[in-house]
Write a protein that binds this ligand. Structure first.
Ligand code: ADP
Length: 226
């Protein structure tokens, strides 16, 4: 469970990006965050990843206040969370396999573990046959599947997807959403920030609407606009 307890974020210049956010995201749930640019969605997501700290209030991740985690332990904490972005953030000089295995190498995993684990994850996203390709040789959808595989490699408790379909054609968009739903069915909590009305409407899960740093609606089987 992720809990935002009276969270406010004020950026320098007295700019209030989040104002008194109270929110509980249940373990294993799927949540879509919607709202106009500047509403505070990315700031909220970054707080879960411990990339931004609240000015007031507390974010609690599976019973643990994130502010209590020592700085040097943040990389370990972050393995609980897989991140996917609009712009994929793949390493262009590495193959699909290497883009995914890299995340394990930096934690000192053995070649044996890597050779076992990476194909398993690539199979989940349907990229086993593209393992040796470089990002430039892939479609946008395949690149996003690669970054999703990288996000999954530590078997995270939570996947945070910030506009993951923003750069994709309609078919690839839906492929990515299907994968997020499949990952959610495995029990992983998924938090999706999206501007895509068609997608949010089709997902038919909890929708949280944000505006001017506040939660303005929270609907169980929500649509992009109510
Ligand atoms: P969204 O993801 O909904 O578009 P953001 O969380 O990115 O919204 O931004 C919320 C507001 O906070 C925006 O007005 C943005 O300009 C401001 N903001 C975000 N990050 C910073 C920062 N590091 N410094 C100052 N202002 C910021």
């Amino acid at each position: 469970m992720i809990v935002f307890d009276k969270v406010t974020k004020v950026f320098p210049g007295d700019f209030v990006a989040l104002e008194n956010i109270n929110l509980t995201i249940d373990t294993g749930s799927f949540v879509s965050l919607v709202g106009p640019s500047g509403a505070g969605k990315s700031t909220l997501l970054k707080m879960i990843y411990a990339e931004e700290e609240p000015t007031e209030g507390e974010v609690i991740f599976f019973n643990r206040p994130i502010s209590s985690i020592k700085r040097r332990l943040l990389p370990y904490f972050r393995r609980n969370i897989g991140m996917v972005f609009q712009d994929f953030k793949l390493l262009p000089q590495k193959t699909v396999f290497e883009n995914v295995s890299y995340a394990l190498e930096v934690y000192g995993k053995s070649d044996e573990e890597i050779n076992e684990e990476v194909p398993k994850i690539l199979d989940i996203v349907g990229l086993l046959d593209k393992m040796e390709k470089y990002p430039a040789q892939l479609s946008g959808g395949e690149q996003q599947k690669t970054s999703l595989a990288r996000a999954l490699i530590h078997r995270p408790k939570v996947i945070i997807a910030d506009e993951p379909t923003g750069n994709l054609d309609p078919t690839s968009k839906w492929d990515i959403v299907q994968l997020l739903l499949k990952i959610n069915d495995f029990g992983t909590t998924v938090i999706l920030a999206s501007h895509d009305k068609n997608i949010v409407d089709k997902i038919d899960k909890r929708v949280i609407g944000m505006q001017d740093g506040k939660i303005v609606r929270d609907t169980k089987h929500g649509k992009y606009t109510e």
